[in-house]
Design a protein around this ligand. Structure first.
Ligand code: NDP
Ligand code: OXD
Length: 309
């Protein structure tokens, strides 16, 4: 029984070695060298090419090397009925918590203004409001968003979250559904996007949304590039409706060298590093999920495909 791995070239040897050690009972191979196609029962993938998964006629399960599964669902020839498991885990949650706290604090403490002042040798003192007067809003209260919301609340921020279904989280004001969005946005000075990419959320970070935030708000997008309408953000920055943006994810990755975000003084680009899964902790979790699947047990990270995320 073969397990194929599809991941970017920089990390494929890493994954091959770890998964071979973790699942010695399987023939673990890379995507470009799968051996007999009929033997492939398990695929562990990041951004499989369109039509790629259908070449395995006996595929039983697909495991995403990522919390999001949009990169799998976008294959128009995805074999129907094959279950999908997604990545979760303490390491992913921890890294996202660190990333979100870092960038919320950066905006809260006005670090961009100090970075701008330093080459000018300007002593630009200002008094920031305390965190309990800073309103942060998290879009998406799933594994990652709920954890970040709690962590920011512990730091003292005035935190709200928005999700599809109603949620109760200690120390966090919650809003849900399209009807809850206006009130959530109206009170959000620093907006963090941790939504999955679905047809409902594609392009959600657009002019209409920016204009419902208080003037001068900041945004942090650590979810998917396709949530953001790039030109709408550039326009909102030019109008000072949005005062700063931290972007980890992009329509095209790597972000093309000519993209205006690279040089924009109010944009910080990070190269999709908010919470990369690593083959050690992440590999162990994936191996455990596959073992449970093979044994016919419930897999907690199994995706409910009727929701699309
Ligand atoms: P989850 O599936 O656990 O949570 C998704 C959340 O979004 C849920 O609270 C869900 O609501 C909410 N949601 C979904 N659709 C809507 C909608 N239409 N309106 C309002 N709320 C909605 O996802 P994770 O927390 O695990 O991950 C979130 C995303 O983060 C991933 O999909 C991925 O794109 C991105 N990511 C990015 C990484 C990076 O390094 N940049 C790393 C890991 C993930 P409900 O609770 O009601 O279901
Ligand atoms: C993910 C990601 O979805 O890395 O896990 O973006």
């Amino acid at each position: 029984m073969t397990l194929v791995i599809r991941v970017g070239p920089a990390r494929q040897t890493w994954w091959l070695e770890h998964m071979t050690t973790l699942l010695p009972e399987l023939d673990v191979r890379l995507w470009d060298d799968p051996g007999p196609l009929e033997a492939v029962k398990y695929a562990v993938v990041w951004k499989p090419p369109a039509g790629g998964l259908k070449q395995f006629p006996n595929l039983e399960v697909i495991h995403s090397i990522g919390a999001g599964i949009d990169h799998i669902l976008e294959d128009p020839e995805l074999p129907a009925g094959v279950p999908i498991i997604r990545a979760t885990g303490d390491d992913l949650t921890q890294r996202m918590r660190e990333y979100v706290a870092l960038h919320v604090l950066r905006f809260h403490r006005n670090l961009p203004a100090l970075e701008e002042a330093m080459p000018l040798r300007e002593w630009r003192q200002s008094v920031n409001p305390p965190a309990y007067e800073r309103k942060v809003g998290i879009m998406g209260l799933g594994n990652l968003g709920a954890d970040c919301a709690k962590a920011l609340s512990v730091l003292g921020f005035d935190v709200a979250g928005w999700s599809r279904s109603e949620k109760t989280i200690d120390g966090v004001t919650t809003f849900h559904a399209p009807e809850g969005l206006d009130a959530f946005l109206a009170r959000t000075e620093i907006l963090v996007c941790l939504l999955p990419l679905t047809e409902e959320t594609r392009g959600i970070l657009n002019t209409s949304l920016f204009d419902r935030l208080p003037k001068g708000a900041s945004i942090i997008n650590a979810a998917r590039g396709q949530h953001l309408v790039d030109d709408d953000l550039l326009d909102a920055l030019a109008r000072n409706q949005i005062d700063g943006a931290t972007l980890d994810v992009f329509h095209t990755e790597p972000l093309p060298a000519k993209h205006p975000f690279w040089e924009h003084p109010k944009v910080l680009v990070t190269p999709h590093v908010a919470s990369l899964i690593d083959p050690d902790a992440g590999g162990k979790r994936i191996a455990a999920n596959l073992r449970r699947f093979i044994a016919g047990e419930d897999v907690p990270d199994m995706v409910d495909l009727s929701r699309g995320y």
